[in-house]
Ligand binder design. Structure first.
Ligand SMILES: [Zn+2]
Length: 129
């Protein structure tokens, strides 16, 4: 399966949990966005490999939201949950497609940084909710 096919498979899975996924919303100013209330994820990532990681990240936001139903968690907590739950679905749905190192780098980690001192990525700042 190609990265694009993995994106479609993951979008299908996420939609089965009750959220609409809008792929290739190319006028979005950020790579990905989630709206918990209106149950929508938008993706704006022309590259399939990055797109798969971005969709996993947004899916991680959604699945952790479903589990904890707390959209008012502070940003760093929500981002930490998206990181963990996004990696979980990526591993389950697309095993071997993205390495742990790539996943960490996608989130602005370098070899020695941790969740507490990581750099914020611009897409996280503009996420709604
Ligand atoms: Zn995020």
């Amino acid at each position: 399966m190609t990265y694009s096919e993995h994106i479609y498979a993951m979008a299908q899975y996420l939609e089965s949990t009750g959220i609409e996924v809008i792929l290739y919303h190319l006028d979005l100013p950020v790579a990905g966005r989630i709206d918990y209330k209106n149950k929508k994820i938008w993706l704006n990532e022309p590259g399939a490999r990055d797109g798969l990681m971005t969709l996993s990240h947004e899916g991680g936001h959604w699945l952790s939201y479903l589990k904890f139903t707390k959209e008012n968690y502070p940003t760093h907590i929500r981002e930490g949950l998206a990181y963990l739950y996004g990696w979980k679905i990526l591993r389950e749905l697309s095993p071997g497609m993205i390495s742990r190192t790539e996943w960490r780098e996608h989130h602005g980690f370098t070899q020695k940084t941790s969740l507490t001192n990581r750099k914020e990525r611009s897409r996280d700042i503009q996420e709604s909710m």
